[in-house]
Ligand binder design. Structure first.
Ligand SMILES: NC(=O)c1ccc[n+]([C@@H]2O[C@H](COP(=O)([O-])OP(=O)(O)OC[C@H]3O[C@@H](n4cnc5c(N)ncnc54)[C@H](OP(=O)(O)O)[C@@H]3O)[C@@H](O)[C@H]2O)c1
Length: 359
């Protein structure tokens, strides 16, 4: 495998730090530059993060000494890929600038997720949507913008996909208990979140509802036709460090005679055929993207967020049971918000784009 050069935009944030660590360990990528805002530009990475590095491993030595650049295409090294963990407002223009300058952008920001020609990718569910990169290159630029979903969307979409394909879906009610690392650095002050539940996360419910429908949609000609069922969600913040907990109530089109069939469909799910063609070459793809727990008290953030063959990349599901009738399902899930929901999603997405020769 030829190594791909990469730069990390917003390398100092919660997601950026994970990207720095995970990319530095990954044999396919070479980090040639790191960038952030003008508050950080010019400082050595270890100097800038001496009080705010949040991972329980040290800053990789080769990155610790690197100087942080300003986030502009003419300030950072040329590279095959720009991994972007920019805030959405800043990503709006900056990601366009990088795509015009020829970078393949793998983005965690929401800014372009709903653009008509921008794929919103969970490789196991819609690797075929990457075709939209060709359209961008035919019409706009030599680079590309590919987006990863919101951290809360990932677990929800992953679990809905096999159910949608097997039974059809009439509607979904989703409630979430989201970890504090999801709000970035400095995030929610300790005094406000300890011993508490914050019942509102700005923009989160709208993102979750619209993103799931795009991801489960079909690529037709040069756009995505969204899946067509309603989702109602309530997103809350709780004092958990990492790992979003969600409960789903799913009304299906088909009757469900046997709830064990639902467990089996979820546990057996490996991904769409387009994903399976490449799966064995993808180092960030867990063997089982969905792990079904049978115990009555699982999944839990502390016990299950790092489950699976690639820690943090599998979704754990449990308490699968009937709802009020024979066409409804109740369940809960855990997904690691800064790995499967952020940096790990970007790595798996970039691996898939490399396998499909877009990078
Ligand atoms: N945290 C999660 O679990 C999670 C999951 C999925 C998606 N996301 C998304 O990922 C992105 C990053 O989230 P985060 O939690 O890592 O945020 P964060 O901890 O607040 O970090 C923000 C980052 O953006 C940089 N930045 C801010 N203004 C900038 C500017 N004008 N130009 C260039 N860089 C700028 C900051 O650099 P300085 O240090 O120089 O200020 C910092 O590196 C957001 O779009 C978020 O919605 C986060």
């Amino acid at each position: 495998m030829k190594k791909r050069s990469c730069v990390i935009l917003a390398s100092t944030g919660t997601v950026g730090q994970r990207l720095v660590y995970m990319l530095s360990q990954h044999p396919w990528f070479d980090i040639v530059d790191i960038a952030a805002s003008k508050r950080s530009a010019g400082l050595k990475y270890k100097e800038r993060l001496k009080d705010s590095w949040h991972l329980d491993v040290d800053i990789p030595e080769e990155i610790a000494e690197m100087k942080i650049k300003l986030t502009e295409p003419n300030e950072v090294e040329k590279a095959d890929i720009a991994f972007s963990a920019l805030p959405s407002k800043e990503a709006k223009q900056l990601e366009l600038d990088f795509a015009k300058a020829g970078y393949f952008i793998q983005s965690k920001a929401s800014a372009h997720r709903q653009d008509r020609d921008v794929p919103l990718i969970i490789p196991e569910l819609n690797a075929d949507h990457l075709e939209l990169v060709k359209l961008q290159r035919d019409t706009k630029w030599s680079g590309a913008i590919v987006t990863d979903p919101n951290c809360t969307t990932v677990g929800l979409a992953m679990v809905l996909k096999p159910i949608y394909d097997e039974f059809g879906i009439k509607s979904v009610i989703a409630n979430t208990w989201q970890a504090i690392s999801g709000s970035g650095i400095p995030g929610v002050p300790g005094l406000l979140i300890n011993d508490n539940v914050i019942p509102f996360i700005a923009g989160e419910e709208e993102k979750v509802e619209s993103e799931v429908l795009k991801i489960l949609g079909n690529l037709e000609k040069d756009s995505i036709i969204n899946a067509g069922f309603p989702i109602a969600s309530t997103c809350t913040r709780v004092p958990v460090t990492d790992g979003h907990f969600e409960t789903l109530y799913i009304n299906t089109k088909e009757k469900i005679e046997d709830i064990q069939k639902v467990e089996k469909i979820l546990g057996d799910f490996k991904g769409i055929p387009e994903f399976l063609k490449y799966k064995e070459n993808l180092t960030y793809a867990p063997k089982d993207p969905i792990i079904v727990r049978k115990e009555i008290n699982r999944p839990q953030p502390r016990l299950d967020r790092l489950a699976g063959t690639v820690p943090g990349m599998a979704i754990s599901v449990g308490r699968i049971r009937k709802g009020v009738d024979n066409s409804s399902i109740n369940l809960c899930l855990i997904s690691h918000n800064t790995i499967r929901g952020a940096a790990g999603a970007s790595l798996l997405g970039a691996e898939m784009a490399i396998m499909k020769n877009y990078i």
